[in-house]
Design a protein around this ligand. Structure first.
Ligand code: P6P
Length: 330
């Protein structure tokens, strides 16, 4: 059976990306190398080495930074910054962007959540890496907000790695969504899920119901609606919440369903980050035929005002996200 690697697939896709010069394939290859290193670290985290647990520091969101967060961030930073493909890197784990010196810079802007759901590492629950790629927009060598705060629709590509029962790489460059599974014996990600399409409607809802008391009434009403018995509309939906966005998103992408992290009294702007979580996954969701909104606005129409901006998030099967929007409208 002919096996297709990610780089072969990207090279085929590059023919459809205007102005692609091979830099994009090099950038993707750098992400794959980082992903393989992190997968190895995660798989042996419990054996020797001092890689589990927290660093004792907090990130810009006030969240406890896990040792593997730091390792993932530094690993991707080291590889991508030297790839000659990017002019700037922003990360959920770094307060400020890293600007690449012009003589070593390329035409892309790279944004990442290096290890999403890392609090799950110590209990062996799957986690992931999320990334987003934009083109540098401003003229000249200087990197400006015009490059760092771009509208979601300006993404050139986005994707994620899920470190689960197998390690998978899923990406879109605007021409479908494609999944690759790491063959550890080869050390290559092999095409396993070509042209993923999210079911138009699912029967799974993912939300942290521990926050119910903080939700607005319309949100409470929507979740109650999903739980009501109504065979004709496939209700009640099943509740599935891993606590790692990448895992919840990946399951819903393949099986259908909706993931919600609404704004609430505790997080008025929601918890998920536009540049590192909501924006890239919205790009994936829409390219797979799904939908992603704040409940009131299309995620991809947002241009962030700062690199750490959070947004409320409803993402997944088109029908289910539209149903949520209806409840939030009335
Ligand atoms: P809560 C992990 O920190 C994360 O950003 C997502 O991966 C996950 O969906 C969410 O936060 C979990 O947040 O408040 O339910 O623990």
């Amino acid at each position: 059976m002919k096996q297709t690697t990610v780089v072969q697939h990207v090279q085929q896709q590059e023919k459809k990306i205007l102005g692609a010069t091979g830099e994009f394939a090099s950038l993707i290859n750098g992400i794959l190398v980082g992903a393989k290193i992190i997968a190895l670290e995660i798989n042996k985290a419990g054996i020797g080495g001092d890689i589990l647990g927290a660093t004792g520091t907090r990130n810009v969101y006030g969240e406890a930074v896990q040792k593997l967060d730091d390792l993932a961030n530094s690993t991707f930073l080291s590889i991508i910054s030297k790839s000659g493909t990017v002019c700037a890197i922003t990360s959920e784990e770094m307060e400020n962007p890293v600007i690449i010196p012009p003589e070593q810079a390329g035409k892309y802007v790279f944004m990442m959540d290096p290890l999403d759901g890392s609090s799950n590492i110590d209990v062996n629950v799957s986690t992931g890496t999320i990334f987003s790629i934009y083109r540098k927009k401003s003229l000249g060598d200087t990197v400006t907000d015009q490059d760092l705060l771009q509208k979601g629709t300006d993404q050139v590509a986005a994707g994620y790695v899920v470190y689960g029962s197998s390690t998978m790489f899923v990406y879109s460059s605007g021409h479908g969504v494609h999944g690759f599974t790491l063959d550890p014996s080869l050390g290559e990600f092999i095409l396993s899920h070509p042209d993923i399409r999210i079911p138009e409607r699912g029967n799974i809802y993912s939300i942290n119901e521990g926050n119910t008391e903080n939700w607005e009434d319309k949100q409470k009403k929507f979740v109650s609606y999903l739980k009501k018995m109504d065979k004709a509309s496939g209700r009640p939906y099943k509740a599935r919440y891993v606590g790692s966005f990448v895992s919840d998103f990946h399951r819903n992408l393949l099986k259908g369903g909706i993931f919600m992290y609404p704004s609430d009294a505790k997080n008025p702007s929601g918890k998920l980050r536009f540049e590192f979580e909501a924006g890239p996954m919205a790009f994936i969701a829409e390219n797979a035929g799904g939908r992603a909104s704040t409940g009131r606005e299309r995620i991809l129409d947002i241009a962030p005002t700062n690199i750490h901006q959070c947004v409320p998030l409803y993402i997944g099967s088109r029908f289910d996200v539209e149903a949520a929007e209806e409840f939030l409208k009335n």
